[in-house]
Each structure stands twice: as structure tokens, then as C-alpha cells.
Unconditional design. Structure first.
Length: 235
């Protein structure tokens, strides 16, 4: 009897397992609608009183406990694109690529947050608990930055998407609600441009860290160029 995911490469398989364990634990250890693991393992702005150094890694394995689609789509993308990339990169380099793009995603997101804080308060670090302003929008923005955790593998996933698009530009992908396949070299750049637009526009009620996605894509692109990874002709 063949076990599920028996042919899945080692790193992808273990990343899937770790993410699922974190997700289940988040639900199991919830208390009255609160999710302590999100506060403990999701990542906060570096000047937030809730920031802990381990969060820069653990946030990649956390997903929204109120949206199953969050972990579902990320894990589907990890399995679909990550498996092919791990076979090509090798286990060690693939893991390094995944973690570095995840850290790159966080770096860009925090940089944008620091710019926002500086634009409001004149400094990238403040005592948010005692900070006052006559502008309620400024106060709301600071509260969101300092007390809103970021979580999810999406930054690293965007790094994988970028690498896949560079290596397999003519691979045909099926996109939800589009009945015909579209080549990776078309759909992935469009997806990144959409993320850039959404990040700059900052629509009300949008809690997605779009600049983290862009950071993952950017660092994925840089690593592909620095490491000079090419697809073997017979792959």
C-alpha cells in the first residue's frame, strides 16, 4: 500500500507536516475565541511589546485560524511548486531558499511599516501605549502595526512562484475562475503587479501583508540570479 505523499521530497514533506501541526495546535489551544499561539508565534513589528526574536522564523509556519483557505492554498502551492523546485535545487539549497525568501518577505514588510510609523510619529520607534494624536486614522494605523501579527508562509510561497516562473516560463497553469491554462511567464508577473497595487492602495479592511508577498518574490528573484540556478535541459 502506497502512503500518501510517498514521493514528496523530504523538505517539502516536512514543511507540510510542520505547518499542519502548528495549525492544529493553534486551534486546539484556543481559549474563548482567542488564539494564544498567534500572539506567541506570529510576528509583530520589531518595536512592538509583543515582538519576540523567534517570531521571525515561527511566523512562516503559522496560518490564520479563522480562514482554512489561508493554509489550504499555501500548502497546495508548496506541494505543487515546491516539490519540483526541491528536486531541481536539492534539499539543502531548497530549504535555504524557502527560509531566506520568508525572511526577505518579513524584512520588506517591516521596512514599509517603519516608514509608516516614521511618517506619523517622526521616528521608527515610539511608546505606542502613551502615544497621542488628534488624527484617529494615525492612531488606528499605529495600533494595527504594533498589535497586528503577521503570519503565514505566503512570503516564501511567492519566492517559490518566482523561481518556478523563471525556470519553467512556459509551464501552463490553471487559475481559479479562468477556464483556460495560462503560461507561468504571464500569470506570475501579473500576480506580482496586482500585489504591488494592493499594497500601495491599502484598501480599507484589507489585512493581507501584500509587501511581504512582494518581499518574498523579490528575494526569490535575487537568489535565483545570485545562485545562477538554471534548469537542466533534461529536467
Amino acid at each position: 500500500m502506497r502512503l500518501p505523499f510517498a514521493n514528496t521530497p523530504t523538505v517539502v514533506k516536512n514543511l507540510l507536516i510542520i505547518n499542519i501541526i502548528f495549525y492544529i495546535a493553534t486551534l486546539v489551544f484556543s481559549k474563548g475565541g482567542a488564539y494564544p499561539m498567534v500572539e506567541y508565534f506570529g510576528v509583530f513589528y520589531f518595536d512592538s511589546p509583543n515582538f519576540r526574536i523567534w517570531q521571525i522564523i515561527t511566523y512562516m509556519f503559522m496560518h490564520s485560524p479563522v480562514s482554512f483557505a489561508h493554509i489550504l492554498f499555501n500548502m497546495f502551492a508548496l506541494y505543487t511548486f515546491g516539490s519540483q523546485l526541491e528536486y531541481l535545487f536539492g534539499a539543502k539549497r531548497f530549504l535555504n531558499f524557502y527560509l531566506i525568501t520568508g525572511l526577505g518577505a518579513l524584512a520588506l514588510q517591516m521596512a514599509i511599516q517603519a516608514i509608516e510609523v516614521y511618517g506619523i510619529a517622526g521616528s521608527i520607534t515610539i511608546d505606542v501605549a502613551s502615544y497621542t494624536s488628534t488624527n484617529p486614522d494615525h492612531l488606528r494605523t499605529l495600533q494595527e502595526i504594533y498589535y497586528g501579527p503577521m503570519l503565514g508562509a505566503s512570503g516564501a510561497i511567492f519566492g517559490l512562484l518566482t523561481a518556478f516562473g523563471l525556470l519553467f516560463p512556459n509551464a501552463e497553469l490553471f487559475i481559479m475562475f479562468i477556464p483556460v491554462p495560462i503560461k507561468a511567464k504571464y500569470i506570475i508577473p501579473v500576480y506580482i503587479v496586482i500585489e504591488l497595487f494592493l499594497g500601495v492602495a491599502q484598501f480599507s479592511g484589507d489585512s493581507v501583508a501584500h509587501f511581504a508577498h512582494l518581499g518574498g518574490a523579490l528575494f526569490g528573484f535575487i537568489l535565483m540570479k545570485v545562485w545562477r540556478i538554471r534548469k537542466p535541459w533534461d529536467f
